[in-house]
Design a protein around this ligand. Structure first.
Ligand code: DMJ
Length: 560
């Protein structure tokens, strides 16, 4: 047994003896080949590791470089995801704005429940929009965002039980869309409660016949119970540019959420029609012929009756997640910004930039407060340009915001009038001197603060809020001023005060993650709608209007 074990050991050891291989050259060759292969494998692996390390090194370098570039960019957008410890002053200011909303809302609940608007001095409601509960519907998302859940639930209950669209009323298609369709869709996106979507669809169906015109440019008025769309007599039968070009965001959103393309088709056909004869400067007069689909001779303005047409060119692009399907909207908007730039003049002596109005070839040195949405729009759109243009438009936005802020600061009440004139040597002087609690300047301050991170815009917003508190707050709500010079009050709490003015103020003092601009787009009445990528044919969301391929939105996609 012992001998057997020692003989097997000596058999194995012979493989270690070089003489063994010298006598057997084939085995030596095999051993050599095996050695070469093993060496090659190890070397190959090592060089792979080295290559990866080098790649990682390069990527790290690139990352560092990009970071420095981002920091150096003057137009660098403040990151919305950044977690910054909350400034206690911001929180206090936000609470003050929330108090204002509670006061406005409880006055409405007490004196005008279910009616369109509250008249705070006489403590009654009026149905200025046909009895659709405009203030209530306009306030749903503001209540929700501010965390006023009991108030929100009472409002929801009213929508469920009492919101009735079967009204023999000649409604403005534009006002009904931006306030009612927009308000309901926003409530739906925030809560996922299908009641709001069903109601939005119901009212949109009643508005839809307004688009049945030879050109697809809608009539601006429709009877909610009987249809019969038409234009107001004072426009001479023409459709208004802003009224016709400010339903796209809501109607596209409605198609995306219901899966029914007809709303989107009607609304996009309008832009497709206007694009056929769109001028190089992207400026359109405020009246459009609904038969021919072309603009005639009329004022060009970023104020009343023009404003939100330009706003929606940009917002449809953002709403469509800036994909190729919505590129034509961006192209049209960029043309319009060339036009806007051509209307910019500066005052003497203080060099306030302002946007002129245009009649034929003549510029009028006049600007509406309504046009003060433009700084926010320019700031929002500036990030779609290359670095140079982006800087130019952001800086124009900042200049215009300064002018708009001075519309407020230049009056004894520190509230802006409705429009301003700019006469040589006199900077700005108020024209129509009422203030009806409009939001546009605050809207722009909100965008500028969100996009630049510059706290000055919060300070300006706070000053304007305090002027509202001082001049417009009364025991039974908020009123406008008949005259910003004397402070004499009117008797109306506009529904957009709750939908827009207070919402933008609240967001101005909230963390940037609350309704992030990366995920939401605001309609022109400040109703946030979820951004949903469009999956239309790549060529163009406009041209492809006849066969939109709408991807039904996943239920989770609509959550904040
Ligand atoms: C609002 O209804 C909307 O912002 C609209 O686009 C313009 N006018 C009012 C607020 O001033």
């Amino acid at each position: 047994m012992a001998r057997t074990r020692s003989s097997s050991l000596s058999t194995r050891l012979r493989y270690c003896n070089p003489a063994y291989y010298l006598k057997r050259p084939k085995r030596l060759a095999l051993l050599f080949i095996a050695f070469v292969c093993a060496t090659l494998m190890v070397w190959d692996r090592q060089s792979l590791i080295r290559e990866h390390e080098e790649e990682l090194f390069k990527l790290n370098d690139e990352l560092k470089h990009l970071r420095t570039l981002l920091e150096d960019l003057p137009t660098g957008r403040a990151s919305e995801k950044e977690v910054v410890p909350e400034d206690p002053i911001e929180a206090q200011r936000r609470e003050k704005v929330k108090d204002a909303m509670i006061h406005a809302w409880s006055s409405y609940e007490k004196y005008a429940w279910g009616q369109d608007e509250l008249q705070p001095q006489t403590k009654n409601g009026v149905n200025s929009f046909g009895g659709l509960g405009a203030t209530l519907v306009d306030s749903l998302d503001t209540l929700y965002i501010m965390g006023l859940h009991e108030q929100f639930q009472r409002a929801r209950e009213w929508v469920a039980t009492s919101l009735d669209f079967n009204k023999d009323y000649e409604a403005s298609v534009f006002e009904t869309t931006i306030r009612v369709v927009g308000g309901l869709l926003s409530a739906y996106d925030l809560t996922d409660d299908k009641l709001f979507l069903d109601k939005a669809r119901e009212i949109a169906d009643r508005l839809l016949p307004a688009w049945d015109t030879p050109s697809g440019i809608p009539y601006n008025i429709i009877n909610l119970a009987h249809g019969r769309p038409h234009n107001p007599s004072w426009t001479g039968g023409e459709s208004i540019l802003a009224d016709s070009g400010t339903e796209q965001v809501e109607f596209i959103a409605l198609s995306q959420r219901t899966g029914d393309p007809k709303y989107q088709q009607k609304a996009e056909k309008v832009i497709a029609q206007l694009n056929k004869t769109f001028p190089d400067d992207g400026l359109l007069p405020i009246y459009i012929d609904p038969d021919k689909g072309t603009a005639g001779y009329a004022t060009i303005t970023f104020g009343a009756m023009g404003d939100s047409f330009y706003e929606y060119l940009l917002k449809v692009w953002i709403q469509g997640n800036k994909t190729s399907a919505v590129k034509p909207y961006r192209d049209m908007w960029e043309k319009s910004m060339i036009g806007l730039s051509s209307l910019i003049r500066r005052t003497t002596p203080s060099s306030f930039a302002y946007i002129c109005e245009k009649n034929g070839n003549t510029l009028a040195n006049k600007m509406d407060e309504l046009a003060c949405f433009a700084p926010g729009m320019l700031a929002l759109g500036s990030f779609g340009y290359g670095p140079e243009e982006s800087k130019k438009f952001l800086s124009l936005a900042e200049e215009l915001a300064w002018t708009c802020y001075n519309f407020y600061q230049s009056t004894p009440t520190k509230l802006a009038g409705e429009n301003y004139f700019f006469n040589a040597g006199q900077d700005l002087s108020v024209g129509t001197s009422w203030n009806i609690l409009r939001p546009e300047t605050i809207e722009s301050l909100f965008y500028l603060w969100r996009l630049t991170g510059n706290k000055t815009y919060q300070e300006w917003g706070w000053n304007i809020f305090q002027a509202f508190e001082k001049n417009s707050r009364i025991d039974s709500g908020y009123v406008g001023l008949k005259d910003v010079n004397t402070g004499v009050k009117d008797n109306m709490m506009q529904s957009f005060f709750l939908a827009e003015t207070l919402k933008y103020l609240y967001l101005l003092f909230s963390p940037t993650s609350v309704i992030s601009l990366d995920e939401w787009v605001f309609n022109t009445e400040a109703h946030p709608l979820k951004i949903v990528t469009r999956h239309d044919d790549k060529s163009s969301g406009i041209k492809n209007r006849d066969r939109p391929n709408i991807k039904l939105r996943g239920r989770k996609e609509g959550r904040p």
